[in-house]
Structure formats: C-alpha cells, structure tokens
Design a protein around this ligand. Structure first.
Ligand code: HT7
Ligand code: ZN
Length: 878
C-alpha cells in the first residue's frame, strides 16, 4: 500500500461549490446520481485533470455540463476517476452515475444494510464507496440529497441538514429531500432509510430557537432511547453554558444501528450510533452501559462544533477534532457525575490502552506524520493522549484564558478545515504565551518519564524538590527533546491540609500557583517557610501523561492515601503502592506463595473502602486492583501471564479474607428496596456493593452469595455483577453453568444482552476458554457480520483473557489468527483493530514470545490480506 505523508499535503486543483445527490434504493442495489459543481482553483494548472477517489465503484455514466463524455476524456477504475480537458476557468458541472450493492457491503463503510435498514458510514474514506468524489476533509460544500425508496420498506428517509420536501412516487415508492446549508466534508455525509420507530422531543436553544430532536431505533425499541434523549438534551445545555456553543440546524437526529464498526458517528445533524450506545433500560443495561451512552451521545453532539463547524484540513489533524472532543466529553462527564471518579476512570483507560500503544511497535505521535491506512489511526493516542494534550493547554492557561482561546478558535475558524497550528495559535494569543515547545506533544511519540526526588532540611525548614524528565526513542523515531510538563502539586501537612510555601526555582521550569511547569530536562524547586516536613503530592489529577517515578517512602504514600485533600492523588497513592507490589511479586516464579501485599497496604485499602465520608463510587475505584494487563505492562519484559494472574488473584483473595466482615456488610441486604435510578450516586452504591461481593466470593471460595444476588437481582448491574463472579471465579462449576444457562434463556432475544453472555465466557481466566471460544464462534447466534459480536468473542478473548489467549501451547494465538484471517475478508477494519493485541509480543517470556512472533509472521504472509490488517501486522513485527 502507498504511504501518505503529512509533508505532501497540497490543496485540490478544483474547488467544490455544491453537491446534489439522488439515491434510489432498491432490493439488491442502489442507483446514485451525483451532480458536482466545480471551479478550477486560482493558480491551478489550466490543463490539470480532475481526480476523484473511488473504492470498489463501477461508473455507469459521466456528463460534464449536460454532455455525455466520450471515453477519451476520462479514465475510470474501481478506485479512481480522472477527467481531463475541463474548462480552464469558470465553473462546470459533473454528473455521475454509479450503481452499488449495499447488501453485499460487509465492510460497513459506504452504504450498507443492517437488519434491512439502509445506513451509511463515510468517515474516513467511505463516501468514495458511494460515488466518485474528492473524498478528503478539506473539500467542503453544501449538500442537497434526495432519497427514494419503497414506502413500505423504508417509511423513514433521513439525511443531513433540514428536511425540505417529501412526496409520493409511482409503484408504492416515495421520496424525501434534505438540504444541509452548512458546508461540510464528505466524511460527514449520511443517509438512513428504513422502517424505524422514533422518540421525538424538542430543545429550545439559548437564543430561543426550537430544535426538533429525534432518536430512531429498530421497531419496538424507541422507549429504550429515552436515556439517550435525556443525555442529548443535557449535552446541548452543557455546551451552551460551558463553551457558549449553540446548535445550528432545525433538527437533530440520532439513529441506532445494530451493525456498526465503531461507537458512533457525528454526521451533520444525523448522528448514527452503534445501538449499544443508545438502547437501554435497567433490565438490559448496566451502570457502565448508562455511562457509556451518556459519554458517546455527548461526544458526538459536541463534534457539531469541534469537528463539523470546524473540521480537519487532512487526516493527520485527526486529533484536532478527536482529542478536543474527548476532552470536552470528559469535562461533561466530570460535571454531570463525580469529577474524581471520572478522572480516575480516564487515567485508568489511558494507562491501559494508550501507554502500551505509545511504548510498543505501533507507537505514533498524537499527530502522525504518515499512514498507510487511516482507519488504523483512530487510536488511543489520537483520542486519549490527544485529550490529555488539550487538558495540559487548559492547565497552562487557566480556566479563563483557556475559554478565551476556545472562543477565539470558534470565531476564527468556523467553516474552516483547520490544523493543529491554527488551534495552538488561538491559545498563544489568548494566554499570551509561546506554545512552540509545547507543540512537541503533537510531534514526539512516547511516554515521558518524570522522576521526582525530594529532601527536607530540618535546620533550614526547607523542602527541595527535583524534577527530571526523559523520553526514550521508540518505534516512531520522532525524537526525545524535553517537553513542557505541567505538574500540579501540593505540600500536604499532617492535618490533611495543603501548606502554603514560597517556592524558588532553579533550572528550566516555572512555578505558577499550584503548577510547576517543567520545560527542561531538570529543575529544582526549593520551598521555604514550612514549619515541618510536608508530604509532597505530585502530578495531581494526572496533570501530564507521563510515567511517574517518585522516590517516596511507603510510609509517606500511605499517609497521602489517607490525607491528601486532592482525592485523585489520594487514590493514586495507594494504587501505585499496590501496582508496584503486584509487579514485583509477578517477577518471582510461578507458584511462589509469598503474599504480594504487605498488611499495612491491605489495611489502608480496607480503611478507604470503609470510609463513609468518601463517595461509594470512589471507594469502589479504590478497591479495584490494577488489571492483569497493567501489571504485565509494568513488568515490561519476560512476562508470564499465568504468574501475573496468580499474583493478582492471590491478592484479591487475601484482601477479601482480611476484609471479609466489611465485604459481607457492604454486599448484603441487596438488592435494596430502593427503586432503580441510573444517576451517578446510585450507580456508585451498586459498584461498591458488587466489588464487595467479588471480594467476598474470592475469600470464601463459595459461589452462594453470587448465586443469591443473581437470582434476586432487579437490574442488570446487579445481575451481571453476580454472573461475572460466577463465570470467572467459578467457571465450569454447576453454579456457573446453571446461571449462564438461565441468563441465555432470559435474554436470548436481545442481541445486546447476549453480547454480555458471550463476553463473560470468552474472558473466563482458564485454559479451557480456548475451547469455549471455539464453541461460541460456532454458536448459532454467532456471526462475523456483526462487529459487536465479533468484538465480544474475538476481541474480549484476545485483549481481556490473559490466561487463555496466552496459553503456553500457543493455541490461543493460533485460534485468534485463524479467525482474523477469515474476518479480514468480511470486515478488515475490525480484523485490524483486534490484531493490535499481538503488538505486545516482545514483552513475553521466550516461549510465548517465539509463538507470538511466529503467528505474526504467518499472518503477514497470507495472500490477499487487506491493507488494514497487513499494515497492523507489518508494523507490529518491527
Ligand atoms: N468520528 C468517528 C470516527 C470513525 C468511525 C465511526 C464509525 C465507523 C467507522 C468510523 N471511522 C471513524 C467517531 C468519533 O470519534 O466520534
Ligand atoms: Zn469523535
């Protein structure tokens, strides 16, 4: 495949003035007529041909200004259309006809059918699977779209913008016309047609305009969209209040689709969602599902300004919309829920997904410099590290100037296809600072290490803190210059309050309120005016995405775990202690029985869990041990997943045993009589109770309490919480089997719930899970055509089952590779994504490393592999 480079960017030779499309939908095919109004760009060569992108297309006809073109004037292949001898100046109109087959589109890019519903997905390069087009994000135009279909099959016809016309046609067919006055790139185009139900509502914007809201679902499921509708209205209010952003069209529609490659898509005025992020009620969805719907609804809605009104000049700028929009959805969730708990969850996700990516062969900067397949760059680095970079800008500027910078960005670039440089310039202006060194965050890949040491001078009552940063050159080879690290901190006194102290900086750093901005390799800050030695609480709220090495004693960390007024750091003090203890235990050989956690650590953890002053959701987070893959990442090399599992599990049993009375107290008397509410506080109480139940069953080795909760549960959170314990701790036992059977019988008609049943079995930490997933893949309800089902079986197994995937005989690797090779022929995007699990091959002990390497080699040699999968496999092998 060809490599696309950021440095090769140049604008198109032709400017697109408008798009007029007609889609005629039939059983088996769709006819697409596209009329494109072009003008040769000033300065472009007079003989430059018009080059349009295609993908698996067949051209039925082409005319320019009403005249059918002779074959000598154009060259059409499935992936390109080149038209020559076009007017040297002025405008002209190209009319194209293509015929496509949505039913055969298993890649789910372009126009496809999902359970009979016609649906499009155009980001990043799907529009070219519908019509030949300059399919790149810097080509913006207004669109007028007419959809025609049989009325009985597709009574609902939707597209972007506002509805302008509808009517009847012959043969039971009908049509609708949609007009989108906002110029947009083709990746934001959407059409949906089908027999859908809808939930309708309205929203009055801050300037008093009424917007009609619709959430469309498959038949009979509209009531399950009410929480999504509620989240949408809350998102609209929040964006007005927090960022002054108002919605712009007369309608805003959301459609829930069963077969969808990602979470959702922000098409202008017509967001399309994986139905997993729309449909729920207490009987089918967990609290985690509710939080997911809220986040994704908000994220896609927020794109209307950060992505749609201001889009990206090219795909290298993807983080301009994605990093910024993730930052915005994180802020929304922090405001709507419990900020510390939200921040803990975001940091956990960053460490679990982005850190390994940034430290392995698939490493790339937040703004990559080149790609072979853009679909493979919708990554944790672009999204989550991209959000961290925006968060650092906010920290550096402070709230007021950050808002000024955002206002300036919206004002200056509304209607543009912008770049990271455009974005940064707004904050430089608003904050009166130079962000040129800061821009390295977009260009240099890798996770910097921040080393902190401190010393107390009792005579002078002086506390000296030294900060050092370092970055190692990784696979991307993008450099190791010192970056700008905003390090939020506090000096905590024995009474749990932050001390005030004068700070004197030497070295390359500056001190601004409670933030040390480290700009060089090393700096020292000397704090004076202290009466006694403080506890240094550093990198509060995870103010920079770094690996922290803080040389601090266990006693100090235990004290911060009790006292730190910054709750995030209070959580992290203990979490780091536990992670380090588990990691060092995992270095010992399999079977070593020395406890990983000292009793002082366990006591501290139990004290947090028992502290009624703390929010239950926080207590549940505190009790959540680092995952096996986190421990594996910290080990870095020679990882034996069986040993990691043994260590983490033994720690869970030990904590459970020591805190048994507490865990019994926290998990009995449930389900409580209180009626279900999805709010964050109630969800926090359920999370704490379910975490306690898991410890209790770990300690007793008795499934009875989980069985009882499973049977009595009055909502999915409690039912699934109990079932997860049975499926993972008691896999293969009668209690587990009968609960799994019961669950299947209860929910076999609901694919979303059935995914949970598949996922729990695929992640059971036993060697037998390899045979289980083979059985699941042959289950009548398994299909490779549904991405959720595939992710739930192949993805959960490969990424979420360390024991079985890494079975020492290599059976897990062989199974996944075989399935991915087959999936690649159906849906390469999903195959490539799941294949990223292989990237960690170098970190394992020699036996597994050799088997992983061999599996990757075999995958790479399969003939006819997609560009998507080939790209991931080739880069992973490096
Ligand atoms: N902007 C979207 C990213 C996306 C996507 C969505 C669905 C299917 C394929 C896709 N390719 C890229 C989703 C988002 O980040 O909001
Ligand atoms: Zn997004």
């Amino acid at each position: 495949g060809q490599i696309v480079k950021l440095t090769d960017y140049r604008p198109t030779d032709f400017v697109l003035r408008g798009v007029d499309m007609t889609l005629r939908l039939f059983e088996g095919h769709a006819d697409v007529v596209t009329i494109l109004a072009f003008e040769r760009r000033e300065g472009a060569a007079a003989d430059a041909p018009l080059c349009l992108d295609g993908d698996e297309l067949i051209l039925e006809s082409i005319a320019v200004d009403g005249e059918i073109l002779p074959p000598s004037r154009y060259e059409a292949t499935p992936d390109a259309l080149v038209v020559s001898e076009l007017p040297e100046s002025g405008g002209f109109e190209v009319r194209l006809e293509t015929r496509i087959a949505p039913e055969e589109n298993t890649k789910l890019m372009g126009l496809f059918r999902s359970n009979g519903i016609w649906c499009t997905q155009c980001e990043a390069e799907g529009f070219r699977r519908i019509t030949y087009f300059p399919d790149r994000p810097d080509v913006l135009a207004p669109y007028k779209v007419r959809i025609e279909a049989e009325k009985a099959v597709a009574p609902v016809l939707l597209s972007n913008g506002n509805p302008v016309e509808a009517g009847e046609l012959a043969d039971g067919r009908h049509y609708a016309v949609w007009d989108d006055p906002f110029k947009k790139p083709s990746y934001l185009f959407a059409v949906v047609a089908g027999d859908l139900d809808a939930l309708h509502d309205s929203f009055v914007t801050m300037s008093g305009r009424t917007v009609a809201l619709g959430v469309y679902t498959e038949k009979g499921r509209a009531p399950q969209a009410s929480y999504a509708m509620d989240a949408l209205k809350r998102s609209m209010v929040w964006d007005e209040r927090r960022f002054g952003r108002e919605y712009d069209l007369d309608v805003f529609n959301v459609v829930a689709i069963a077969d969808f490659n990602m979470g959702a898509m922000e098409n202008k005025g017509l967001n399309v969602f994986n139905h997993k992020y729309v449909l729920l009620d207490q009987d089918i969805a967990t609290d985690t599902d509710y939080a997911g719907v809220e986040t994704v609804i908000a994220h896609e809605y927020f794109h209307n300004w950060t992505g749609n009104r201001i889009t990206c000049r090219d795909w290298f700028q993807l983080c301009l919309k994605e990093g910024l929009t993730v930052y915005r959805d994180q802020e929304f969730s922090a405001d709507e829920r419990e900020p510390t708990v939200q921040r803990i969850a975001s940091v956990r996700r960053l460490k679990a997904h982005q850190f390994p990516e940034d430290q392995g062969p698939l490493q790339h900067p937040v703004r990559p410099g080149e790609y072979r397949e853009i679909n493979n760059f919708y990554t944790a680095t672009v999204y989550d590290k991209g959000a961290e970079v925006v968060r650092m800008i906010a920290t550096l500027l402070g709230e007021a100037d950050f808002r000024k910078g955002m206002d300036l960005y919206f004002e200056r670039h509304d209607g543009d296809a912008a770049t990271i440089e455009d974005f940064l310039a707004c904050f430089e202006e608003a904050g009166g600072l130079d962000l040129s060194q800061f821009a390295l965050w977009y260009a240099q890949a890798g996770t910097p290490t921040l080393t902190v040491s401190e010393s107390w001078d009792p005579k002078e009552r002086r506390h000296t803190v030294t900060l050092r940063q370092s970055l190692t050159q990784g696979a991307a080879g993008t450099g190791t210059e010192p970056m700008v690290l905003p390090v939020r901190f506090g000096l905590v006194g024995g009474n749990g309050e932050d001390r005030r102290a004068e700070g004197d900086v030497s070295g390359e750093a500056r001190l601004k309120d409670d933030v040390i901005v480290l700009t060089g390799e090393e700096a020292t800050i000397t704090f004076t005016g202290l009466s006694d030695r403080p506890y240094l609480s550093v990198l509060r709220d995870f103010s920079a995405p770094v690996m922290l090495e803080h040389q601090q004693s266990e006693a100090e960390r235990l004290a911060l775990g009790r006292l730190d007024p910054n709750l995030f750091n209070r959580w992290r003090a203990l979490d780091d202690l536990i992670a380090e203890a588990l990691t060092s235990a995992a270095r010992r050989p399999l079977g070593d029985e020395e406890p990983a956690l000292k009793s002082a650590i366990v006591d501290a953890l139990l004290a947090s869990a028992d502290d009624d002053e703390l929010a239950p959701a926080f207590r549940a987070q505190a009790l959540t041990l680092p995952g096996e893959s986190d421990v594996a990442r910290q080990l870095r090399e020679n990882v034996d997943p069986d040993r990691v599992h043994e260590v983490v599990d033994a720690a869970r049993v030990a904590i459970g045993a020591k805190g048994l009375a507490l865990f019994e107290r926290l998990s009995t008397g449930r389900p409580s009589a209180e009626p279900f509410s999805p709010d964050a506080e109630s969800a926090g109480r359920r999370a704490l109770a379910n975490t306690a139940l898991a410890y209790r069953c770990a300690a007793t080795g008795d499934p009875a309490a989980a069985v009882a909760q499973y049977r009595a549960a009055s909502n999915m959170t409690d039912r699934l919480g109990a079932l997860a314990i049975l499926a993972h701790r008691f896999a293969g036992e009668a209690a587990c089997e009968s609960a799994l059977d019961d669950f299947y019988r209860r929910y076999e008609n609901d694919d979303l719930v059935l995914d949970k049943w598949f996922a729990l079995q695929a992640t059971a930490p036993t060697y037998e899970a390899v045979e289980t997933v083979e059985r699941l893949a042959n289950h009548p309800r398994f299909t490779m055509r549904n991405p959720n089902r595939v992710r739930t079986v192949f993805g959960s197994f490969a990424a979420g089952n360390q024991v079985a995937f890494h079975r020492p005989d290599g059976a897990g690797y062989r199974w996944v590779a075989e399935k991915l090779a087959a999936l690649d022929r159906i849906n390469p995007q999903i195959a490539a994504r799941i294949a990223t699990t292989f990237r960690a091959w170098r970190s394992f002990e020699p036996g597994r490393r050799a088997k992983l390497e061999e599996t990757l080699r075999q995958l790479s040699e399969i003939k006819g592999l997609s560009k998507d999968l080939q790209d991931i496999v080739d880069r992973s092998r490096k």
